[in-house]
Design a protein around this ligand. Structure first.
Ligand SMILES: NC(=O)c1ccc[n+]([C@@H]2O[C@H](COP(=O)([O-])OP(=O)(O)OC[C@H]3O[C@@H](n4cnc5c(N)ncnc54)[C@H](OP(=O)(O)O)[C@@H]3O)[C@@H](O)[C@H]2O)c1
Length: 352
């Protein structure tokens, strides 16, 4: 099955969106995951092969990856799922793509750069909304101001979140993770919603707060800019709640509380509806500054986050299957350039 790819976690909200679009484009990925019943249903609907393999089964993963070119890993929280799949990819010479936004996962994969180069394997996390648009924006700002020492990125997502995204956030709060910025090249923990600033994404000023978005890790590798902050726009009431949440990590470590929160999340819709995805957009803004006080700013508009994740991940899968591969740890812009995101329908980039 040369030039074949696997979608792992294919029965999840996002994995299934990707699988459906892949079939529409004439691709025939192998669907995989741990959930036999859900995979059988989806594979039956799409007319695809499926394989049931748990991530704690290295022999099963080796078998799954035998002869395939790449894995698109869609099973998160990736803090629990990335390493066994990356291990399997490195053992089997298979390129690893995922849709994580988790800083710890980027750092863990970046630490395996030498190992990946030796194996001829590309480790490319963040091929979805985290972080294709923002990473391309960061690389574009660096291109506009090569002397930049400070990078500030802002995001405004006009659309909902999936259960998987909410659960990934819950896990981070429960582990006591707060915010994160990069300062002097070093990842620096800060409180949740540490700093507030007003950002104009092109539709008037909006309040935004620092969040531990994947670019705090990745943009350092993409641009070498040592000081990085990422902001997300929220309503004022949400910003207040985020500040209160700084003190809630302990609560989710009380037996039963995390399980209750999980079941509340699981009782809702799996993710944004088709109409919410079609109507939503995402807005980005970025600024790079240097020590001489020069600054450049750029805005970007993209499709809604889950739609963008489908389009970006399959764009990158196409490139990898066509042999466009750089072994080692990569970010989207390192692998495919700052203009990668412009190949996605509906993306508009505007230099200010
Ligand atoms: N980059 C982006 O912009 C972007 C976009 C969308 C989602 N995400 C991230 O992608 C992840 C999935 O999101 P989602 O909305 O698709 O979530 P979801 O609907 O909850 O699906 C999660 C999938 O992962 C599987 N899974 C979870 N833990 C696993 C484990 N330990 N071993 C094997 N399989 C496991 C689940 O299998 P079961 O059915 O067996 O539970 C399911 O197939 C989340 O971490 C989310 O934050 C990122």
């Amino acid at each position: 099955m040369q030039n074949q790819f696997v979608i792992y976690g294919a029965n999840g909200y996002t994995g299934a969106l990707v699988a459906r679009e892949a079939v529409t484009r004439g691709l025939r990925p192998i669907l995989a995951g741990r959930n036999a019943a859900a995979l059988a249903t989806l594979a039956g609907e799409l007319g695809l092969d499926y394989r049931v393999v748990a991530l704690d089964d290295p022999a099963g993963l080796d078998n799954l990856l035998d002869g395939v070119t790449a894995v698109l890993h869609c099973a998160g929280p990736f803090v629990f799922t990335s390493q066994p799949m990356a291990d399997a990819c490195l053992r089997n010479g298979v390129h690893y793509l995922d849709i994580t936004g988790e800083i710890g996962v980027y750092e863990a994969l970046a630490a395996r750069d030498t190992e990946a180069k030796a194996a001829g394997v590309m480790l490319l996390p963040g091929v979805g909304f985290d972080i294709v648009p923002s990473d391309c924006l960061a690389a574009h700002l660096k291109r506009r101001l090569p002397t930049a020492t400070h990078l500030t990125l802002g995001l405004r997502a006009l659309g909902g979140v999936s259960q998987g995204t909410a659960l990934t956030g819950l896990e981070a709060i429960a582990r006591g993770e707060g915010g994160m910025v990069r300062s002097g090249g070093t990842l620096t923990p800060v409180p949740n919603a540490w700093k507030t600033r007003t950002i104009d994404f092109g539709r008037g000023p909006r309040p935004a707060v620092t969040i531990p978005w994947g670019d705090v890790a990745a943009a350092w590798y993409s641009t070498g800019i040592p000081n990085i902050e990422v902001y997300m726009a929220f309503p004022e009431s949400m910003i207040k709640a985020m500040k209160v949440s700084r003190y809630l990590g302990w609560l989710f470590r009380v037996p039963g509380v995390k399980a209750l929160a999980r079941s509340r999340i699981r009782s809702g819709a799996p993710g944004p509806s088709a109409s919410a995805r079609a109507e939503g957009v995402s807005l980005l803004w970025g600024r790079a500054e240097d020590a001489q006080g020069r600054a450049v700013e750029t805005r970007m508009q993209t499709p809604e986050g889950y739609t963008l994740t489908v389009l970006a991940s399959l764009l990158i899968v196409d490139k990898v299957l066509a042999g466009a591969v750089k072994p080692g740890f990569q970010t989207p812009s390192m692998a495919f350039g700052a203009d990668l995101v412009l190949a996605i329908a509906g993306v508009v980039r505007t230099d200010l």
